[in-house]
Design a protein around this ligand. Sequence first.
Ligand code: SIN
Length: 476
Amino acid sequence: MEQVKYLLNHENISFTAINDSIKVTNPATKEILAYVKKSDETSLTDIIKNANLAFKSWSVALASFRSDILMKWYELVIQNRANLARLMTLEQGKSLNEASGEIAYAASFIKWFAAQTLRNDGDILTSVKKDEKLLVVKQPIGVCAAITPWNFPAAMITRKAAPALGAGCAMIVKPASQTPLSAYALASLAYAAGIPKDLFVIISGDAGMISTAFADSKIIRKISFTGSTEVGIKIYEKSAKTIKKLSLELGGNAPFIVFDDADLDKAVDGVMASKFRNSGQTCVCANRIYAQSGIYDEFCAKLNIAIKSLKLGNGLENGVNQGPLIDENALKKVEEHINDALKKGAKCLSGGKRSSLGGTFFEPTLLSDATKDMLVAREETFGPLCPVFKFKSDDEVIEAANDTDFGLASYIFTNDPKRQWKVSESLEYGMVGVNTGLISNEVAPFGGVKFSGLGREGSRYGMDEYTEQKYICLNL
Ligand code: SIN
């Protein structure tokens, strides 16, 4: 902790106990890392008012000025990558290697949107009358708020804040109470880069109170939330009163389909990359693995070998690639899904139980003979559990894959180009990976359909979420 303290030079962070604060603990060791002051309703009102004042001057600054500052922030994040990664492993538990990957991923959004800030262009439309010009200009929405999750403590902040700040908005972020330190560290680098303190603010405290204050505020014009569908629905309902613009990146139940003609080694690598990223704690993790009957046994055998090679432990230790789960509830959910599946006929090929390391460590688990009546078919596990279902035909697997309320990520492995196209088009999902288990990057639009949410993040579409289009009819 000592070597990362300089990143946490913020009035809200204390390393000695303070009353009524959020205690941040290391999920691998249970050691207390820091205490974070909570915001109350009065301070929140002031923060929102000040953000609005800061927005007024930031929004009229030249785009190149905002872009340069974002680029400076990017450079500082990259320069501090090793310590930001260390801080993330300490508070979140993911391996140092993965945390370092997340810092690069987080930084990529800042760089991408710094460039996009320079070309957030409007349009000139073809006139319908002589002597009239029809223009569309893009303007920043205003003060925005983000509520971000614990599974990606840095990237989910920059994916929202960078386009908002680039477009000219102010951004108030409420990070998850389990992982606020990465957020404060990113903010101190943002301030060092020249982003005004009132324009980009990190707040902590009671999630219900804060989301209600965001939703009720007429000053806040947009909320971007990443988290569960259950909470997303509540934010949607609360925001109706103020007709708030929303981006909701919610739960998934990703199908991962392996056809008989697939390259099985590549498919196994794909499952490992998708399912075991962050120990199964991502919204785009493969949740249901469908293997076609001709390769089912061979695929399960190969996958089993790969799963047995994973190394569980404290993310700071060399060679560890699987950390602890975030808390006891996460562990209970994995156990519930495994017990339910075993009762209904699944076979356990690897893992299946809490690790002898104790705490919230859970063994990477492979179940074969999964069927659609099991909980794992309907609910997102959010943990290191791989259930493999068997299917015969394309139509059967497309129907099974779409038989869920969710529609975020999906994956298919096949070497047949016709099948690649047909199945990709038939899947009711916002994103499809073909012969890959890793689809997220700053260039592509990330988001889902159905109960997986609204809006897109990253990419050139991501900045539109923070702008309003104003039509100007100019009679000359
Ligand atoms: C998430 O799980 O919420 C985000 C995953 C990603 O950006 O790839």
